[in-house]
Design a protein around this ligand. Structure first.
Ligand SMILES: NCc1[nH]cc(CCC(=O)O)c1CC(=O)O
Length: 304
């Protein structure tokens, strides 16, 4: 059989995630890792580091070049951090598998707790969600733009460009930085939709790739991420919209929780809904509930 080509961005985190998918595929199909090839595709998101993602074109920057390579048949599948994948995907592509979700929490780096960040201090982040959530809890803090990969952000923090930063535990752990930062519980900082999930996308009509990926799909993670992404779509959330969402499954019941905030965090709305894991009506119902109750300063950031 021909080598199966896995496309990925070239950042250390992206490469590690592609290796995780390769190893899972090799184990599930009892094949040597050499039957799978990791193909690095450079994306616009990787090239432009000095401006906020929302300003230069949003999440599509991470996927456009991978989508092109996939549709052109240069690769058989793309490996994504699901957090970085826009909700509207090309019709010809399909998310075929998700690895088991990792730690969904953010970790605070630079200070032992949110309360311990110096008065009037600076948080480095490029995430509207993290900025709004922190300023809600600590209105005295200001926010400075931190982009770039995990190492770049840690280096900028070490150089004193900010007093603290927030990074996904999943990314730090995958890079073996288990000792970096303090995890913040999800009842204090609800994570970004799809945080901690690695997904694999294929051409929708590629039966062989679909069969390959089926063996490594983690069904619970897939259902949770689908619910979080459907909520984002129903909210018509843009890159500037501070939104947090987390679905969990316990005892066969899916709970979807979400929070929308104004840019400065001063206004916010929180809600949750429960139901069957594959009930497609749940995310839309929660979106309607949140938008109906949202203060004006929040609602204007949603609904397109
Ligand atoms: N936006 C960058 C990004 N995309 C996915 C992760 C972490 C890995 C994950 O959430 O699965 C990160 C870094 C971060 O937010 O700290």
């Amino acid at each position: 059989m021909a080598v199966f080509k896995l496309g990925t961005r070239g950042s250390p985190l992206a490469l590690t995630q592609a290796e995780m998918v390769r190893d899972a595929l090799a184990a599930a199909h009892r094949r040597p890792a050499s039957d799978f090839e990791i193909v690095v595709i450079r994306t616009t998101g990787d090239k432009v580091q000095d401006r906020p993602l929302a300003e230069i074109g949003g999440k599509a920057l991470w996927t456009k070049e991978l989508d092109r390579a996939l549709l052109a048949g240069e690769i058989d599948a793309s490996v994504h951090s699901m957090k970085d994948v826009e909700t509207l995907r090309p019709d010809m592509l399909a998310i075929a598998a998700m690895l088991p979700r990792a730690d969904v929490r953010d970790r605070l780096v630079g200070a032992p707790s949110i309360a311990a960040i110096p008065q009037g201090g600076v948080l480095g982040t490029s995430s509207p969600r993290r900025a709004a959530q922190i300023r809600r809890l600590r209105p005295d803090l200001s926010v400075t733009l931190f982009r770039g990969n995990v190492d770049t952000r840690l280096a900028r923090l070490a150089q004193g460009e900010a007093d603290a930063t927030l990074l996904a535990a999943a990314g730090l752990d995958r890079l073996r930085r288990h000792d970096v930062g303090t995890p913040i519980p999800t009842n204090i900082l609800l994570p970004a939709p799809a945080q901690g999930a690695v997904g694999v996308e294929i051409r929708a009509d590629d039966a062989h790739a679909r069969e390959m990926l089926r063996a490594i799909d983690h069904v619970e993670t897939h259902a949770c991420i689908a619910a979080e992404r459907a909520l984002l779509a129903a909210l018509k959330a843009g890159c500037h919209s501070p939104v947090a969402a987390l679905a969990t499954i316990a005892g066969g019941i899916l709970t979807l929780e979400a929070e929308l905030l104004s840019e400065d965090g001063a206004a916010h709305v929180h809600g949750a809904i429960e139901g069957a894991p594959l009930d497609h009506a749940l995310p839309a119902a929660l979106a309607r509930d949140l938008l109906a109750r949202a203060p004006a300063a929040v609602r204007r950031l949603f609904e397109g």
